[in-house]
Design a protein around this ligand. Structure first.
Ligand SMILES: O=C(O)CCC(=O)C(=O)O
Ligand SMILES: [Fe+2]
Length: 327
């Protein structure tokens, strides 16, 4: 474990008190700048580009409208792995959960330009990638801001809402209902990057809707839920880079869900149809010249005798080598 993962302020916070607040109190906990600045810098510099993955074997961001998602953080980022498996966060989980629990999902996402995520809770069941009702297992949602969050698109929550949210079995809450009944209670988390937010998955929350050209917010989010035979398979399939697992303590492996069924696909399900027109156009710009080149090569191969096309291919390869020597 990295001893300097967290700032002294968070390191010195009492994990039992945090768990009590989450379980029996307001249902949330915020520590401003909980993650050390150097860890954040290393985390950010190790992230893949926001490019689209086309026919390669890498893990990277996918595009869903105005958001980019990296759904396999523990396969890509050593810092994410160490934050999720840190003794400090596991100690909070140990105090909060009365029963075995495991990491159910994790992602880094960037929202930009506009977003409207309605009020909701995160105690969701899925069938494949579809919402399949609410469960009442205890769970914790952890969020680390990877951007400074001020006026635009802050996380918002309603304290104590974990005590009444289960009365709504739908995925989302009506905006007017929340505004009318709980508008004055809303807590808005405007805070610098590195801030850690923990809340009960039964807590009503959202990201404040926004529409602002040029705005971007990057966030690391993960969720730990109780394991229950009634909901076998609950949770997203996880990819981990084994090189990050420096401590094979069975408690960590169980917490990561080794040997436990997790059926949900990585969130969100994306395809070309979830890309914005401008992203498709930019992808076409990269693909089109390569398409034309491949087409010319395949036509040349068909019409030219084999010996001639081999000579051309060898000359092209030589030119490529010469060019790279000059770089
Ligand atoms: O990004 C946020 O502020 C909230 C995200 C959230 O609630 C979710 O993804 O379920
Ligand atoms: Fe949520």
């Amino acid at each position: 474990m990295n001893p300097h993962l967290f700032t002294p302020e968070f390191e010195s916070a009492n994990t039992q008190d945090i768990a009590d607040e989450l379980k029996n109190g307001s249902g949330y906990y915020v520590c401003r700048e909980a993650v050390n600045a150097e860890v954040l810098t290393a985390l950010m510099s190790g992230l893949p580009a926001f490019d689209c993955l086309v026919n390669n074997n890498h893990l990277g961001f996918v595009k869903a409208y105005n958001s980019n998602y990296l759904g396999h953080t523990l396969a890509v980022s050593r810092q994410c792995y160490h934050i999720v498996t840190s003794e400090k966060l596991r100690a909070i989980c140990r105090s909060f959960f009365a029963n075995p629990h495991k990491l159910c999902n994790q992602r880094i996402y960037q929202t930009h330009t506009a977003s409207h995520l309605p009020w909701h809770t995160d105690n969701n069941l899925q069938s494949g990638n579809q919402f399949d009702g609410k469960h009442n297992m205890p769970g914790l949602m952890f969020m680390v801001y990877l951007s400074d969050v001020n006026e635009t698109n802050p996380f918002q929550l309603i304290p104590y809402s974990q005590n009444w949210s289960l009365s709504n079995r739908n995925q989302f809450f009506q905006e007017q209902f929340i505004e009318r009944n709980y508008g004055k209670d809303v807590v808005t988390v405007r805070a610098p990057k590195g801030t850690l937010i923990i809340c009960s998955t039964n807590m009503v929350h959202r990201a404040e809707p926004f529409h602002k050209q040029g705005f971007k917010r990057l966030t690391f989010l993960f969720q730990v839920d109780e394991i229950s035979a009634e909901h076998a398979g609950h949770g997203e399939s996880l990819l981990v880079n084994p090189a990050f697992i420096t401590d094979r303590n069975p408690e960590i492996l169980n917490y990561l869900g080794f040997g436990i069924q997790s059926d949900y696909p990585a969130f969100p399900e994306t395809s070309v149809s979830t890309m914005l027109v401008k992203d498709i156009v930019s992808l076409q710009r990269t693909i089109l010249p390569k398409t034309v080149k491949s087409l010319m090569i395949s036509v040349a191969k068909k019409v030219l005798p084999g010996a001639v096309s081999n000579t051309i291919r060898m000359n092209l390869a030589k030119r490529r080598i010469l060019k790279s020597d000059h770089v």
